[in-house]
Write a protein that binds this ligand. Structure first.
Ligand code: 5CA
Ligand code: ZN
Length: 409
């Protein structure tokens, strides 16, 4: 699948600090040491509705990870999937009397446009679940051959007990895992499973649903977790730096994915850090396609909201916090954008060298974007009150906002 065009990332003088980031697996900071090519996998959308602010907030967090790495003069190898066949997508297509492939293509195209408008850097490999099926099938066969997977009435399940590290990503107790499994696509109540938590690897063909040749597995379609594992292992390999997504993916998705990969390769860990963004709410409830309480990025753009203001609204919240989208959040971002643009439009200003370092430090410190915004606010306030004589400063601030925050001034 093609991704979207990359916006240019201006080079800044000097070099950024190494990223320290909170990993759900350790419950604390991890100082990443990626080497010259940093590797990141970020779970992509299930394209049955348009990109909402919650999605955008999560992708914003991982865009910052890449910007910090690029500023340390590393290359970034970024992979993202599109879950272009799954229950919710098929259900929506049936509800709306639409062909499921058309629905997926349309919403994926809109996602690309939104990501481009928000200046999110594109993945190097953007891979759909459907196109990954030929990679997924042999992995499921291998899991079954080594006794880590079993058949149940034409479906194939992964046995969580086959991974000695199972549970180390999300660190939840059994009861919490059961509840979340039921809530998030699992089927803990299904009779015949070895462990209620065991997730589906391959779903045997159902009447009226799309299916593919699964070799010895029979016709069917892939389970959700193995999709991301197949794509990540093919394009990144084991032990990559960051596995990213929203906090609702920690369990079961990232827990199960890590277990699949660890059993398949005999290596540990799947990722050095499991990084999870907080949930954005609207009217007191998590924004979600299934609930329908959504603010779409495309709708805001249509209404004439500057994408840079949307981006600033996202950046004003720490990526790990849960927060609420309101008109006021957007209004404050629009005002901030106005102040910043006025400040960089002057021919000279207060020196900005220290500001660039502050922004770098803030982002390297577990992506503290709100602190980075406050640093730019202080420079803009100084520009407004006292001005300055540094002719390079407004240009440097503008380039830093673009390179480090993805905000075009
Ligand atoms: N296709 C799978 C991942 S393989 C999936 O979860 N798709 S999704 O469309 O439901 O979500 C895409 C990303 O947005 C996920 O990382 C998810 O955690 C995140 N996300 C969904 N809703 C919100 C929200 N309200 N706030 C923040 N992030 C969200
Ligand atoms: Zn995923």
């Amino acid at each position: 699948m093609h991704a979207w065009p990359a916006s240019e990332v201006p080079a800044l003088p000097g070099k950024g600090a190494d990223l320290q980031i909170h990993s759900t697996a350790t419950g604390g900071r991890v100082t990443l040491d990626p080497g010259p090519v940093a590797r990141i996998y970020v779970c992509g959308i299930t394209p049955y509705d348009a990109t909402h602010i919650g999605h955008a907030a999560t992708y914003n967090a991982f865009d910052l990870v890449q910007r910090v790495w690029l500023d340390t003069k590393r290359q970034v190898h970024y992979v993202q999937n599109v879950t272009d066949v799954d229950d919710p997508l098929l259900e929506r297509a049936v509800r709306d009397g639409e062909d499921w492939t058309e629905l997926a293509e349309r919403e994926t195209a809109l996602f690309r446009e939104d990501m481009t408008a928000l200046r999110m850097l594109p993945p190097k490999h953007y891979i759909g679940a459907v196109e990954a099926i030929p990679r997924i099938v042999p992995l499921v066969e291998r899991l079954r051959d080594c006794g880590a997977a079993y058949d149940l009435d034409g479906d194939v399940y992964f046995s969580v007990e086959s991974d000695t590290h199972f549970g180390e990503v999300s660190n939840l107790d059994g009861e919490a895992m059961r509840l979340l499994s039921a809530e998030r696509g699992g089927d803990p109540e299904r009779p015949g499973k070895k462990n209620p938590l065991d997730p589906m690897l391959w779903l045997g063909a159902r009447e009226g649903e799309p299916s593919w040749d699964g070799g010895s597995l029979g016709r069917g379609r892939p389970g959700w977790h193995i999709e991301c594992v197949a794509i990540a292992l093919e394009h990144l390999g084991m032990g990559f730096d960051v596995q990213g997504g929203g906090s609702d993916l920690a369990f079961p998705h990232h827990e199960m994915g890590a277990s699949h990969a660890q059993v398949l390769t005999g290596e540990h860990p799947f990722a050095q850090a499991y990084v999870h963004a907080g949930m954005v709410a609207l009217d007191g409830e998590k924004m979600s396609k299934s609930k329908g309480n959504l603010v779409f990025v495309s709708k805001l753009r249509q209404d004439g909201v500057d994408p840079a203001a949307i981006r600033l609204a996202l950046l004003a919240h720490h990526y790990r916090s849960d927060w609420e989208w309101t008109d006021q959040v957007l209004q404050e971002a629009v005002e901030r954008l106005g102040r910043w643009r006025a400040a960089v439009s002057r021919p000279d200003g207060p020196s900005a060298d220290a500001l660039v370092e502050e922004v770098r430090q803030a982002l390297a410190d577990d992506l503290d974007a709100p602190a980075a915004l406050r640093a730019v606010d202080r420079w803009a306030a100084l520009q407004e009150s006292d001005g300055g004589t540094d002719e390079g400063a407004p240009g440097l601030v503008s380039r830093a906002a673009d390179a480090l925050l993805g905000v075009a001034l």
